[in-house]
Design a protein around this ligand. Structure first.
Ligand SMILES: Cc1cc2nc3c(=O)[nH]c(=O)nc-3n(C[C@H](O)[C@H](O)[C@H](O)COP(=O)(O)O)c2cc1C
Length: 175
């Protein structure tokens, strides 16, 4: 049985949903999983886990600065354990931008950090216009219009390939 830490950064909760699915798969495989938001990192000791997984969503082109902060501070701990990183963004809904090798946000992010995650994934996120404030809704609808995505003001679309999430969950079991 492994003791797994899944750390996440989310704004609207979709990355958390992905993490919950990863946790379910790892718990079914008899592992113990702690799901912790990066905001709460000071409450735990990352060094006490057997494996570490980090997941973060993109907002206006960036992952939360907390993600980089954590990685810089805990580089040695991360490198010493089986580890994985995944990014959630809507650009990844396009097949040609849906892998760690082709997703522009993940590629840029990896260039910025000293950590070389041993396992990587990119998941397409969710659009939920009714839940956004006026400006965010306007901006995201505009970006979607530019990139030929859904623009109806009431649109709620989950682009996540949940089978891909399950596969990543099983990879975490094995890593
Ligand atoms: C205000 C806002 C800004 C966003 N900016 C981007 C972006 O720059 N690029 C992108 O691919 N997705 C962008 N997204 C899409 C999010 O990455 C997607 O909705 C994801 O599912 C959010 O995950 P979370 O709920 O865990 O934060 C944005 C979403 C919102 C609401």
């Amino acid at each position: 049985m492994a003791n797994i830490l899944i750390l996440y950064s989310t704004t609207d909760g979709h990355t958390l949903e992905i993490c919950q699915q990863l946790r379910a798969i790892n718990e079914q495989a008899q592992n113990q999983v702690s799901l912790v938001e990066l905001k709460e990192i000071e409450k735990i000791d990352p060094g006490s886990f057997d494996k570490i997984v980090i997941g973060a969503s993109i907002r206006y082109g960036k992952h939360s600065p907390r993600v980089i902060e954590f990685i810089e501070k805990n580089l040695r701990i991360l490198e010493a354990k089986p580890n994985a990183f995944f990014s959630v963004n809507v650009v990844a809904r396009k097949p040609e931008k849906s892998t760690p090798e082709t997703n522009p946000y993940l590629k840029k992010f990896l260039r910025k950090i000293a950590w070389h995650p041993k396992n990587l994934a990119v998941f397409a996120g969710k659009i939920d216009y009714p839940s956004y404030g006026f400006l965010d809704r306007l901006m995201i609808r505009f970006i979607m219009w530019m990139t030929h995505g859904p623009t109806h003001r009431d649109a709620v679309v989950d682009f996540t390939d949940w089978k891909k999430v399950d596969d990543f969950g099983r990879l975490i079991v094995k890593m």
